[in-house]
Design a protein around this ligand. Structure first.
Ligand SMILES: *Cc1c(COP(=O)(O)O)cnc(C)c1O
Length: 454
């Protein structure tokens, strides 16, 4: 016991002093926190039978990470346009600047300049939503999970909500339709089977206590084969016949018609609203290309009830996101949609992506460390973000190959001053040009220059 290696670990004081010597600019709180963290990590390593490792070295790496504001910028070279782990959609510079400026000072967020009285924070965004979608009424909340929670609680609390078994989905781990229903205080009534649900299944389940018929988009998987589902227009007809509101959780929707760009029929919100659905909800930071938000569109009656619900206040949008949403919607209303990087990526033809990949390939070829090679490859870029399952966009990537495993090369790219997140496919590192933004070429070059063979 006497030579328990944990006893030989340096003290917090010693590591803190080591950090101060290595980098005098590190703030005191960073040194202390990093030292504690590195010692705790060394302890865990020892208890798992591993050597303690270089405690001061790992404290320094942690300290550098802690002293940079979070989140850090990265290069998305995965080709996944809506990558939830990398922040989903990319705002236009106008939307980002507008949010920054309005939050670095006072604004008329909830103030009516004409009367000098209190105003509504949502009026202007609601007008834009109505103009763009043709819906009689609109509302915006914090995110789409919140939008669905509000729609169910507001229209069916204490009552039954009927949903197809094929639509009881989980999206990204923390969003499960049955859990949201429980939190909304509604009783879930499942109908049909995993692969087939018919109109009569809904009809048979409707009773005196039915509050809502719910449709949920299968955002992250698709079904094929022996499959039947009840489409939104038919579900709305059933709802009408029984006087029961229909809610459509579309998840990812666009107010711009992306169907000519090959995106599926059900992504275009105005076309779905034409069914007469009572409430439709979708995310602000998926295909729309805006900030995190949950957008609710529908009848004046249903949306009016949701607006007055106490949960609407708890789930309201903050001023930064609201400013960014307003500016994003204005791009769409002004016919300037390509100012939104996410929209531009979704619509960009393959030859433009090819040209970008080619430029990157030529640039990297000039700076490649010995032992590495690059080539241009055709790829399919997934839209991602729990939005359009199975749907990919034509793209091109620079494939980077070298001695050693692709996973290690990918890890080295992530360790660059601006981390580069690549995709590893069939033993190669792919730098997909679909999702590269202005200035990313230089960042990738810096990361690639620093690669070494060991
Ligand atoms: C993405 C998604 C959600 C969750 O939306 P957030 O904006 O991430 O809260 C809910 N439902 C569906 C169908 C989705 O695709």
């Amino acid at each position: 016991m006497s030579d328990d290696p944990r006893r030989h670990l340096p003290s917090v004081d010693r590591v803190v002093r080591g950090l101060a010597e290595a980098d005098p600019a590190l703030p005191e709180w960073v040194r202390l926190e990093a030292a504690r963290w590195a010692i705790a990590r060394a302890r865990t390593r020892i208890s798992q039978g591993n050597p303690a490792g270089d405690v001061t070295g790992s404290a320094l790496a942690t300290a550098r990470e802690l002293s940079a504001p979070s989140p850090r910028g990265v290069v998305n070279a995965t080709g996944v346009v809506l990558h939830t782990n990398l922040g989903r959609s990319v705002l236009s510079s106008e939307a980002a600047d507008h949010a920054g400026q309005r939050s670095a000072g006072y604004s008329d967020l909830e103030f009516d300049l004409a009367t000098g009285q209190r105003g509504s924070r949502l009026d202007r965004v609601e007008t834009l939503l109505k103009v763009l979608s043709g819906a009689p009424a609109g509302l915006a909340v914090n995110n789409n999970a919140a939008a669905l929670l509000l729609a169910l609680a507001g229209l069916a609390r204490g009552r039954e909500v009927i949903v197809s078994r094929g639509e009881l989905v989980e999206i990204g781990g923390s969003f499960r339709v049955p859990d949201i229903m429980e939190q909304a205080g509604v009783r879930l009534v499942e109908v049909g089977t995993t692969n087939r649900t018919h109109a009569r299944d809904y009809e048979d389940a409707i009773g005196a206590d039915t509050g809502v018929l719910l449709k949920v988009h299968r955002s992250n998987f698709s079904q094929s084969g022996f499959v039947t589902e009840v489409g939104l227009p038919e579900l709305v007809e059933i709802g009408r016949a029984h006087g029961i509101p229909v809610v459509d959780d579309l998840g990812s929707g666009s107010l711009l018609d992306l169907r000519p760009n090959g995106l599926p029929e059900d992504t275009f919100v105005p076309a779905r609203l034409a069914s007469g659905v009572d409430v439709l909800c979708f995310s602000g930071d998926k295909l729309l290309g805006g900030p995190q938000a949950g957008l609710l569109l529908g009848s004046a009656d249903a949306i009016g009830r949701l607006r007055k619900h106490p949960l609407a206040r708890a789930l309201r949008m903050d001023k930064l996101s609201l400013a960014a949403l307003d500016r994003t919607l204005r791009h769409l209303a002004d016919g300037d949609a390509d100012a939104i990087p996410t929209v531009r990526q979704l619509r960009e033809p393959a030859d433009a992506v090819h040209a970008r990949a080619k430029r990157l390939e030529e640039r990297l070829r000039k700076v490649l460390p010995g032992g590495f090679s690059v080539s241009l490859v055709e790829t399919r870029a997934p839209v991602g973000g729990g939005s359009v399952p199975g749907f990919t966009l034509a793209s091109f990537a620079v494939a980077l190959e070298g001695a050693g495993s692709a996973d290690r090369v990918a890890a080295a790219l992530r360790a660059a001053p601006t981390p580069v997140i690549a995709r590893v496919e069939s033993g190669r590192v792919l730098l997909d040009a679909k999702t590269l933004l202005e200035g990313d070429d230089a960042r990738i070059e810096e990361a690639v220059r620093a690669l070494s063979l060991d």
